[in-house]
Design a protein around this ligand. Structure first.
Ligand code: ATP
Ligand code: MG
Length: 357
């Protein structure tokens, strides 16, 4: 019997609802395959502001650091939208990524066969489905560069500095090439090297890393073109590697071409084995507490946790197969519902996945 410690951060909005179902799924997997998953709950985001007056209490960081992996629901909501910058709920995410050294955000954008009708692109563009993996740098760039304001003749001015070091680029590029090796061996580097100095350094380091991966094809694309190509010809992409800012935007775009944000998992990885796993969607305050949220994105994030942090390949496969089985059987939460399908809520969806397991 193997033992794994999981820090569980339900967070805000629909976070607690989707995490609850995911924990039940993991417990079932543990039962079937004889593993023990120990969950330790921690607060972060808006609920932590309410309880402790700060979005990321030290206690939460400690619980995460003592765990093998972190499972996170979602953070933020309108209640906390007007707080000053450094006290906003989203600070908790940035802080956790920094504290755990999670510099790589892995977002697979998969169009499930069963959900092709939800894809806004034409059938001839999608062909036999889509499977793109976006690798976004997570702890550097404009999100963490110097910020400030100053008075000018034209009124207040504000600035945010985009800055990357060679080492920051090297490690994210390696992550992308390693993932590409296990997939279709194509890396598309996305930058804005025709305008930004930081992009010119970024591109040259990616090219240097590529020499260690002669079996992987490297392409470069400007971010404006990439955002267009994602809807014009998405099948050309396998692994996309890009900066924090461009990755934020492109992965939201990629998630929409797969039909629903409620289906997409993500992993944040760093140097060690500890990773943080969370759905791509946010806290969806409009449907919080209504048993309407799709728990599949979080459940699929747990599958990534088993695969990347615990090395439990067949257990991860089992979860993914169970999700597909439930889709095959025609069950849908409201975000992916269409004619002739059976509408279910969050809890029922979780129960069906456990049954399929
Ligand atoms: P954030 O700022 O945290 O990214 P957001 O407002 O950009 O949040 P989301 O919270 O991801 O966006 O949600 C956008 C909308 O998509 C929600 O209002 C909700 O209607 C829908 N949605 C998001 N996640 C889910 C889900 N798991 N199941 C069903 N619908 C969802
Ligand atoms: Mg958003």
């Amino acid at each position: 019997m193997m033992n794994f410690n999981i820090a569980m951060i339900p967070g805000d909005g629909i976070g607690p609802e989707v995490v609850e179902q995911t924990v039940l799924v993991l417990e079932k997997v543990g039962e079937i395959y004889n593993h023990k998953f120990n969950f330790k709950e921690a607060l972060a985001g808006g609920c932590a502001i309410d309880e402790y007056g700060e979005p990321l209490p030290k206690k939460t960081i400690d619980i995460c650091k003592e765990s093998d992996a972190v499972l996170l629901g979602a953070i933020g909501g309108p209640k906390w939208d007007n707080l000053p910058g450094d006290r906003r709920p989203e600070r908790a995410l940035l802080g956790l990524r920094k504290a755990l050294g999670l510099y790589a955000n892995i977002r697979p954008a998969i169009l499930f066969d069963q959900l092709k009708e939800a894809c806004p692109l034409k059938p001839e563009i999608i062909g036999d489905g889509l499977d793109i993996c976006i690798v976004r740098e997570l702890t550097g760039g404009i999100y963490f560069g110097e910020k400030g304001r100053k008075d000018t003749e034209l009124g207040q001015a504000a600035f945010d500095v985009e800055i990357y070091s060679e080492e920051e680029v090297r490690r994210i590029a390696k992550t992308a090439f390693d993932i590409a090796r296990k997939r279709n061996k194509i890396v598309t580097n996305v930058d804005k090297a025709n305008v930004l100095e930081s992009s010119r350094l970024w591109r040259s380091v990616v090219e240097e890393v590529a020499t260690d991966y002669p079996d992987v094809t490297l392409n470069h694309m400007y971010v404006d073109n990439a955002s267009m190509q994602l809807v014009r010809n998405p099948k050309q992409f396998d692994v996309v590697v890009t900066t924090n800012m461009f990755g934020d935007i492109l992965s939201d775009e990629a998630s929409m071409i797969t039909g629903s944000i409620g289906m997409l998992p993500s992993a944040s990885l760093g140097e060690g084995n500890i990773g943080m796993y969370e759905p791509v969607h946010g806290s969806a305050p409009d449907i919080a507490g209504l048993d309407k949220a799709n728990p599949m994105a979080t459940i699929l994030s747990a599958a990534m946790m088993l695969r990347y942090s615990f090395g439990l390949e067949k257990e991860a496969d089992a979860i993914e197969k169970a999700v597909k089985k439930v889709l095959d059987d025609g069950y849908r939460t409201m975000d992916i519902i269409n004619e002739g399908k059976k509408a279910v809520g969050t809890k029922e969806m979780g129960r069906l996945i456990i049954e399929a397991l």
